[in-house]
Design a protein around this ligand. Structure first.
Ligand code: UD1
Length: 340
């Protein structure tokens, strides 16, 4: 079976993707330096797939150490590159840390994949943040929309990474790249053996919701109900992390099958939900009442972000079909497992 390298293997999306790759019959090797994750995630993956995955603790910015992974696993035929810092606010406070880490991990990966000499397939973990944070974007967003100005170093690293990969594909005949631009990933594996482990105090909506439901927070603040949307709260495209993980399997499969050199896909549901709609869905799914209040707008928030996912639906043969109630229930089960 073909072997796929996963960088950032113990992370939120990396861990869920490993489960789906193993379920689809792939051999994997994961690497992570646990800078924003825990080795316990590997136990969670083992409980789900029934075997220990191949794993090497390595910092992808350390090229020599990273190269040893390729020496140990010469059968790597594709890589999915998740390893990166991802907190927008932290990147604004510490830009060099973000540029250094997110760009050097990518450059090392590309060098090592290209040096294999054989066909090297890379799936890159990008974000809807590359479209910029403008309220003038036409919704839903298509992949053909030009990138907007990056307002954070984090967003800039994703834009740069996409550009760098484009240049590298032009330069190296054996390199193929698929870019996946995620919208708002949420939820956890239905087993509750893996899920999101936010570093520090979470600020994303769903972890805040589950912590409020668990009584760890007194109240959820809805940031603004006076936006120009049907109920006044902001709209996002919340994509279930397991559906998102499956999109990676589809992307890798297509690269193996069709030898596609370069492609870019939005990964979202194509359906926007408001903050208030998500709160209602959570209460309906879990039977737990959420204590929430309307608070002022959060600076920097855009009114609406929603994917046009038709390209992924048609070309990858993928769609996000898990009902939102099931997704929110998985997040709640995960929260309850953390508190045990
Ligand atoms: C943020 C990141 C984005 C990342 C995404 C998913 C920024 C600018 N963007 O997007 O790069 O890909 O998370 O991890 O930080 N909300 C509340 N109350 C809360 C928390 C959030 O009302 O306590 C609202 C927000 O105003 C927003 C929505 O919930 O309308 C989603 O917020 P959040 O989960 O933080 O994601 P984004 O800001 O969309």
């Amino acid at each position: 079976m073909k072997r796929v390298l996963i960088t950032g293997a113990a992370g939120y999306i990396g861990s869920h993707t490993i489960v789906e790759l193993v379920n689809a019959g792939y051999d994997v090797v994961g690497v992570d330096n646990f800078s924003n994750s825990s080795a316990k995630v590997l136990d969670g993956i083992e409980k789900i797939v029934g075997k220990r995955i191949d794993f090497v603790e390595v910092d992808c910015t350390d090229k020599e150490a990273f190269e040893k992974v390729f020496q140990k696993y010469p059968d790597i035929e594709a890589a999915i590159h998740f390893a990166a810092y991802k907190a927008v606010g932290e990147s604004i406070d510490n830009p060099t840390m973000y540029y250094r880490n997110n760009i050097s991990t990518l450059l090392n990966l590309v060098d090592l994949m290209v040096a294999k000499g054989k066909s090297a397939n890379v799936v890159f973990s990008s974000s809807a943040i590359v479209y910029g944070q403008s309220n003038n974007l036409q919704m839903p967003i298509k992949e053909s929309v030009p990138m907007g100005a990056a307002i954070s170093p984090y967003g800039a690293t994703k834009q740069m990474a996409e550009e760098i990969l484009g240049h590298c594909v032009n330069a190296h005949n054996n390199l193929n790249v698929t870019i996946l631009r995620y919208f708002n990933p949420i939820g956890a594996h239905p087993s509750a053996f893996i899920g999101e482990l936010p570093k520090g105090v979470p600020s994303n909506l769903v972890p805040v919701m589950t912590e409020t439901a668990a009584g760890k927070r007194e109240c959820l603040s809805v940031f603004g109900n006076d936006y120009n949307t049907p109920d006044g709260s902001c709209i996002r495209d919340y994509i279930y992390v397991v559906d998102l993980a499956k999109a990676h399997v589809k992307a890798v499969e297509r690269m193996f099958k069709d030898g596609v050199r370069w492609d870019v896909f939005n990964i979202g549901t194509g359906k926007g939900l408001s903050v208030l709609e998500l709160i209602n869905a959570f209460e309906k799914a879990t039977g737990v009442k959420l204590n929430y209040k309307i608070a002022p707008r959060r600076p920097g928030d855009i009114v609406e972000s929603c994917a046009d996912a038709n390209k992924a639906n048609q070309i990858l043969g993928w769609s996000a079909d898990t009902p939102i109630e099931d997704v929110l229930l998985s997040a709640w089960k995960w929260q309850c497992s953390l508190d045990k």
